[in-house]
Design a binder for this molecule. Structure first.
Ligand code: FES
Ligand code: FE2
Length: 436
């Protein structure tokens, strides 16, 4: 459990908050590149760390991310004209380029220099790894983009999806470093009814190894990029099933997977009660086929393109899964008795039903954490420590060392029972590898 004060510190990322300051030291993915498909296409509304923004691709193909509200009289630039290398407000014609400079102000006399004095908030933006990334921190600490494997592989080997979820970023971040839930929340009594992507499981004697030991032993090791933890399941015959997972600052997961597939998710705060989720998959071998992409896109099952309105009237353009809290994730009680543990048909929604039902910001003062929560405790401790240190002037290490992000999750059966020795012996498996 946490104190109420630490829970606030951990979960609030708006402007001026300690965690918000920390997150602003990192580049963050904020929308898919395909959402701005062509020069001068329609702008897209986003919300990042409680700031309302608009993204557009200008005539030269450069991406701009600006405050959504025009600095003149605050009309939304979403309605703007995206033309001739700038986004023009359609109220009085003020026009802004990707750097936030006001490049035209037709409502003022031609001799006026007022436009040179007006600037709109603009964040540096990059196309990278099929996503648009922005940097919202001080310009003097702006780092290179992080060398996350999923972002650096050829597009043919990558699949990325994005959707909105109605809960604080930390609940999903914790869900991803909580390996023991896999034995329960994602259990199928009848594997033949599972969506195909769930069949990539290690089996022994006809049993998924995940189900063979519901109380895995966890060991955590702090690293430059966050931490790595190993979950060891005893699968008999002197063998251990190791799932080695990275928590990459500030909010990325890498999920161990048998075979030639890597992947994970990140949870970018829109505000303190909503996240923009990016789910990335990488083929470490051949390019993805259309059939493989279709199968990857079954969880969440169906993403609907929506205009999502917040309580304060702000709006974003995003996707949402069909199964959501308001329809109880379409739980099927018959299925829950006979087919799987949750009665919810797909893996992501099984997770969402748990993390989003904690409340939009979970109350960590009321929890009872056990030994299986070791990694969650570490994740919280690291983020809280870094947020406090930054307030004292200590910059985080990872953002300015983009190479530390190039790691891979490990999924292996081994006779080695010691986590630290396993990491040494299987060091190559834990590194991102160039794809030929
Ligand atoms: S409100 Fe945008 S130009 Fe006036
Ligand atoms: Fe899960």
């Amino acid at each position: 459990m946490l104190t109420a004060e630490d829970n606030v510190l951990l979960t609030r990322t708006g402007p001026g908050t300690p965690m918000g300051d920390l997150f602003r030291r990192f580049w963050q993915p904020v929308l898919l590149s395909e959402e701005l498909p062509t020069p001068d296409c329609a702008p897209v509304r986003i919300k990042v760390l409680s700031e309302n923004l608009v993204a557009f691709r200008d005539t030269d193909g450069n991406v701009g991310v600006l405050d959504v509200n025009c600095p003149h009289r605050r009309a939304s630039l979403f309605f703007g004209r995206n033309e001739e290398c700038g986004l023009r407000c359609v109220y009085h014609g003020w026009k802004f380029d990707v750097n936030g400079d006001c490049v035209d102000m037709p409502s003022e006399p031609a001799e006026s220099n007022f436009k040179d004095k007006v600037k709109i908030t603009a964040y540096p933006a990059r196309d990278y790894g099929s996503c648009i990334w922005i940097y919202m921190g001080p310009i003097e600490t702006m780092p290179e983009l992080p060398q996350l494997e999923w972002a650096t592989v050829p597009e043919t080997h990558r699949n990325v999806r994005r959707w909105l979820q109605e809960s604080n970023y930390m609940q999903s971040t914790e869900g991803e470093i909580d390996t023991s839930h896999v034995s329960f929340n994602h259990r199928w009594f009848d594997l033949s009814k599972a969506p195909r992507q769930n069949l990539a499981r290690r089996m022994k004697n006809g049993q998924p190894m995940n189900n063979m030991d519901g109380a895995p032993q966890l060991t955590v090791k702090e690293t430059d990029y966050g931490f790595v933890y190993g979950s060891r399941r005893d699968v008999g015959d002197g063998e251990y099933y190791w799932r080695v997972t990275q928590f990459i600052l500030p909010f990325y997961s890498l999920i161990p997977n048998p075979g030639d597939r890597e992947g994970g998710r990140c949870w970018v705060p829109m505000d303190d009660e909503h996240i923009s989720v990016f789910q990335y998959s990488v083929s470490t071998d051949e390019p993805f086929t259309d059939e493989q992409r279709k199968l990857m896109n079954v969880s969440p099952e169906k993403l609907l393109r929506v205009k999502y309105e917040f309580a304060d009237g702000s709006v974003v353009d995003t996707w949402q899964p069909e199964r959501q809290m308001h329809n109880d994730f379409l739980i099927d009680r018959d299925m829950q008795r006979t087919v799987n543990y949750t009665g919810i048909a797909s893996g992501r929604e099984q997770d969402m039903a748990m993390t989003d039902s904690m409340g939009s910001i979970g109350d960590r003062t009321k929890e009872h954490l056990g030994t299986s929560d070791t990694a969650i405790i570490s994740g919280r401790r690291i983020l809280l420590r870094m947020a406090r240190e930054l307030q004292e002037g200590v910059e985080p290490y990872a953002p300015s060392h983009p190479e530390v992000f190039a790691v891979r999750a490990i999924d292996v059966v081994d006779t080695q029972g010691d986590f630290f020795k396993l990491l040494e012996e299987q060091a190559e498996l834990g590194k991102a590898q160039p794809i030929s």
